[in-house]
Design a binder for this molecule. Structure first.
Ligand code: ADQ
Length: 469
């Protein structure tokens, strides 16, 4: 098996990850070993841009330390104030500042220069997410001929959104340097084809490549999964000892990074509508919302935090009674084991992103359920996960509070047989297409594409020699 070299902005250095990419890849790397390279702010001053290694994991970890200012322009700036909103259809939140694109490009170049000596012949390189889209092109410039794959964890933007991007032609050059561009869903693959067609005048070839301005992009969907069997066992063995939760209390659970794409205010408004419509005799439901802090230095994230605090106060002010608090809002990360137990304890999983690449929380919630008495998943039709879990979830339009409220009513009233049937359909899908399936399928396809690229370049070289001779 080839050695895997993974790049992502974040490295798993803490004890309890609360981001989808690190959670998913962490399982793969623990199983398979290899090298994981990330970026981090600090250690400014030297200007050396060398990698620092970290001990203590079953795989090698290295970080590129960047001076704080440069890191901010690349990470908070271009990555999270331009690409993230753009890829999530929020062009209204674009905060374009001069110098950010230059910092983004130069961090990618420095990452390539700092890591090129670590790469050995036979390694397979897998680059993750929007922070490092140009990295393959930079590595190629340094002569790296290894298979290089890319996986985008976010949605692929529509051609309308790409229009708002300065220097959009770069996107094409960046993507064409990969042997394989992996996207979460079929919807994303269609978006990429449409962007190439509408923005760059490209076309789909019969072998699946997209040809744009003389360059080829190989793209396909690989819906990311979770380590389903392990997570299920964790949920089964996890004892719920939280003193905060009354065992008789019926829970709806929400677990999200505190990000504007996750539709948290919409979730609270939907729950508020449900409470408004409920008669006074009905069973009391509590929404337990765990929202981990994220990108707090970006203004749009400060706004969403304020909005949520205000909304939860408003709903609790209106509907709380002695001994009953409708929304329990916890603004921090919690350990994954504990999270598994909480999911299992909750009668409803409430997942309401306005748009989301996949959404692993939806898969974790279903996985943690007791299959003989499972809870109900309410899932936004705009999450990538809806492509796979639409068979068993109650799908909602997160922009419409009454859609969320009526799904909650339906979930509460759902008979056991229907809950079991729906859960089984989703579990079959999640356990079949787990994180190991995702890694294997992606890497097999990458291997095939890289071999065919090499074959094509060999034939071209042979042809040139023949013509010269
Ligand atoms: P995220 O936007 O981070 O991921 P998601 O897929 O929901 O979103 O993953 C979040 C992960 O963090 C889950 O494993 C969840 O359990 C964990 N988490 C969230 N809040 C937590 C908290 N308060 N405490 C502890 N753990 C918490 C990005 C994309 C997604 C895509 C993933 C993987 O935006 O669309 O599904 O990558 O590709």
């Amino acid at each position: 098996m080839s050695r895997l070299v993974v790049f992502s902005n974040r490295l798993p250095l803490g004890s309890s990850p609360s981001g989808g990419l690190v959670v998913a890849l962490g399982r793969t790397m623990e199983q398979r070993g290899g090298v994981w390279i990330g970026a981090t702010p600090g250690k400014s001053g030297t200007g050396q841009h060398t990698l620092q290694s970290y001990e203590g994991a079953s795989f090698d970890r290295h970080a590129l330390h960047l001076p704080e200012g440069e890191y901010n322009d690349y990470y908070l700036g271009y990555s999270n104030s331009v690409l993230w909103p753009l890829f999530h259809g929020r062009t209204d939140l674009l905060d374009v500042e001069e110098g950010q694109l230059a910092a983004y490009s130069s961090v990618n170049r420095k990452m390539a220069e700092a890591s090129v000596n670590l790469i050995q012949e036979g390694d397979v390189i897998w680059i993750h997410d929007y922070h490092f889209i140009p990295l393959a092109a930079e590595l190629r410039k340094l002569g790296v001929n290894n298979p290089i794959g890319f996986f985008l964890h976010t949605p692929f933007p529509s051609s309308n959104n790409v229009r708002a991007m300065s220097h959009k032609e770069f996107l094409l050059d960046w993507l064409a340097a990969y042997d394989l561009v992996g996207l979460q869903t079929q919807r994303d693959v269609s978006a990429l084809i449409e962007v190439c067609r509408a923005t760059f005048g490209g076309q789909l070839l019969s072998d699946g490549r997209i040809r744009c301005k003389g360059q080829d992009i190989w793209a396909a969907s690989f819906p990311i999964g979770i380590d389903a069997k392990t997570f299920r066992q964790t949920a089964e063995t996890q004892e719920m000892t939280s003193p905060r939760i009354d065992p008789g209390q019926k829970l709806l659970i929400g677990v999200d990074r505190l990000d504007y794409s996750k539709g948290l205010p919409h979730k609270f408004r939907g729950f508020q509508r449900f409470l408004e419509d409920q008669d006074s005799e009905s069973e009391r439901l509590t929404l337990l919302q765990i929202a981990s802090p994220t990108r707090e230095n970006v203004e749009a994230y400060q706004d969403i935090r304020r909005q949520l605090e205000q909304l939860s106060g408003e709903v609790n002010g209106e509907f709380a009674e002695l001994g009953y608090m409708p929304i329990q809002y916890i603004h921090r990360a919690v350990p994954r084991d504990y999270l598994a137990g909480l999911y299992r304890r909750a009668a409803i999983g409430l997942v309401t992103p306005l748009i989301d690449g996949m959404n692993l929380v939806a898969k974790e919630y279903v996985t943690a359920q007791d299959s003989s008495d499972p809870g109900v998943l309410i899932l936004s039709e705009s999450a990538g996960a809806a492509e796979q879990l639409g068979i068993g979830a109650l799908t909602i339009n997160p922009f419409d509070p009454s859609s969320i409220a009526s799904a909650i009513r339906k979930a509460v009233a759902m008979p056991l047989t229907e809950r079991i049937e729906r859960h089984q359909a989703m579990w079959d899908e999640i356990s079949l297409h787990d994180v190991y399936w995702w890694t294997e399928t992606f890497l097999n396809r990458l291997d095939k594409n890289a071999s065919s690229r090499r074959k094509r370049s060999r034939s071209i070289a042979d042809l040139e020699t023949m013509l010269r001779g």
